[in-house]
Design a protein around this ligand. Structure first.
Ligand SMILES: *[C@@H]1O[C@H](CO)[C@@H](O)[C@H](O)[C@H]1NC(C)=O
Ligand SMILES: *[C@@H]1O[C@H](CO)[C@@H](O)[C@H](O)[C@H]1NC(C)=O
Ligand SMILES: *[C@@H]1O[C@H](CO)[C@@H](O)[C@H](O)[C@H]1NC(C)=O
Length: 479
């Protein structure tokens, strides 16, 4: 009797497990339009038969799904349809605010398990999308971790998870960094020598500003065995807002994640130059704990302007730019530490938080970066809900006004995309930026789409149901 029911259960569990796992591994194929690079040649897209009945629609979706699965798993990558294209498209994956949490000695086991699973859930999204799309660039939009109030050793431990579990990268690099940055008594406890970093920083700021080396040219990856470029942005949770950011924060970020401000120019000697600008916009405005950080940020922008760049620009930064309330989800908010702040008296009146850049600074920054009038795009994070707006540039009074739809009387339009978070609560999104050089207009065209997965429970279910199924069948064998 027991055997009879157990067998029914095992069959049911098997079917369910297979279905959920097929979904988990092929989810982008259900929405190929949003989960692929934008195809600028529209003739290749099939469309839903508009006058078809239920059966035709079903047939269309099933065919679209299976075609996509076959294309993803069984077509060789080299068979690219773009062989005749002169200029390669830019394929940039943008991942919003992973914000991974820490595990402390008093963290309950259930939260530990949750944090552990969450790492692999995020890793699954990256792995699936990377395999599917072979990006040229991967940009993580800041707030890599959930808190700036953590010791160096915890910062390292989370970096290790980020490198290994989320992004499946070689950990030997950061292990080497730890070998030369740990406390004397314990080689497991990472610590940065921020005094040394600060000396060099101030030295450069005072008289050797070219030593900041903000600029790169034609970098396609940071190491030979990688075929894409991986970029980490600073978020308020990684280095703090300017009222909180210390030398310690900047030292450990730059030691493990690279520069917070830089640009890479591509193909400057051709008719199709473009550049990626990475900006730490947390340090644009004060009052700051270390006012010299603000000076350094503006020095970066000054040097950027001095490049007299003539191409198209993608700007990637964390905090969104100024816009009227109601255009996006986060409300407009700036906080300062009070006049009397007993916990940390030295922070009185400093900038405590901001969820947008001020209007004035927004105008200035856009003028500096997009002043050449070439098409471009702004990618930001911070607002986990995501958002898309257009900045309309008015030359008469030099302002950039955000709206949902482009205003016809503006000379120039700039799209700002707030990349919806990749966290489970927001359905595990991947942002896809496609850049295509239009040979007729001789301009770059940029398009953004968002590819969601599911809340983390679906991923969990695919693993747990597999284990239960296995248990059920093994019990049956024993009985
Ligand atoms: C980081 O990991 C190391 C090695 O596992 C451990 O010794 C150390 O205590 C961890 N740091 C924190 C802050 O938990
Ligand atoms: C971003 O961080 C990862 C992990 O430490 C590292 O492998 C990668 O090289 C970093 N990117 C840059 C531009 O330094
Ligand atoms: C950009 O133009 C300015 C002013 O004409 C010039 O001084 C500067 O050297 C130029 N920068 C580069 C990188 O060519």
């Amino acid at each position: 009797m027991l055997k009879f029911y157990l067998k029914r259960f095992a069959i049911f569990a098997t079917v369910l497990t297979v279905l959920v796992n097929i979904y988990t591994y092929t989810y982008p194929s259900l929405d190929p339009e949003n989960c692929s690079w934008h195809c600028f040649d529209n003739s290749r897209l099939t469309t839903l038969p508009s006058d078809g009945g239920l059966f035709e629609k079903l047939d269309y979706y099933i065919r679209r799904y299976s075609d996509d699965v076959i294309k993803t798993y069984w077509t060789s990558e080299t068979a690219s349809p773009n062989d005749e294209q002169r200029v390669d498209d830019v394929h940039m994956m943008a991942l919003g605010d992973p914000q991974i949490k820490g595990v402390w000695h008093n963290t309950p086991y259930i939260s530990r398990l949750d944090t552990f699973g969450n790492d692999y859930y995020l890793g699954h999204i990256f792995k699936t999308m990377k395999k599917r799309l072979s990006p040229s660039h991967v940009v993580v939009m800041g707030d890599l971790f959930s808190s700036q109030w953590i010791p160096d050793s915890e910062f390292y431990n989370r970096t290790r998870r980020y490198v290994d579990r989320l992004f499946n990268r070689d950990i030997s690099l950061i292990e080497e960094i730890k070998e030369s940055n740990h406390v004397e008594e314990n080689e497991n406890l990472f610590v940065v020598d921020w005094n040394k970093w600060a000396d060099k920083f101030n030295d450069d700021l005072e008289g050797n500003r070219e030593n900041f080396n903000f600029g790169y040219k034609d970098v396609k990856s940071w190491s030979n065995d990688e075929d894409y470029l991986f970029v980490n942005l600073t978020g308020n949770h990684d280095v703090g807002y300017s009222g909180d950011a210390t030398y310690q924060h900047l030292t450990r970020f730059s030691t493990l994640f690279g520069k917070d401000n830089f640009w890479i120019e591509y193909d400057t000697e051709t008719d199709h130059p473009w550049r990626l600008v990475v900006l730490n916009d947390l340090l644009l405005e004060g009052p700051a704990l270390q006012p010299e950080f603000i000076e350094y940020d503006w020095e970066f922008l000054k040097q950027l302007v001095n490049q007299n760049f003539t191409g198209s620009t993608i700007l990637a930064t964390h905090v969104p730019f100024f816009k009227e309330e109601g255009l996006c989800v986060d409300k407009i908010e700036v906080n300062y530490y009070p006049e009397v702040w007993e916990k940390e008296p030295y922070k009185a009146n400093l900038l405590r938080s901001q969820n947008h850049i001020s209007e004035n600074t927004t105008n200035k920054v856009f003028d500096m970066i997009f002043g050449n009038g070439k098409p471009g795009m702004v990618l930001v994070g911070h607002d986990h809900e995501g958002c898309e707006v257009i900045y309309n540039k008015f030359e008469s009074n030099n302002t950039w006004v955000a709206t949902k739809e482009p205003l016809a009387d503006a000379k120039y339009h700039l799209q700002e995309i707030t990349v919806r978070s990749m966290m489970g609560e927001f359905y595990g999104n991947t942002g896809l930026v496609s850049g295509h050089f239009n040979e007729t207009s001789k301009e770059w065209e940029w398009k953004f789409t968002l590819c969601p997965f599911s809340i983390q429970h679906v991923w969990w279910f695919s693993k747990v149901s597999a284990i239960i199924t296995l248990l059920a069948w093994s019990t049956l064998v024993v009985l």
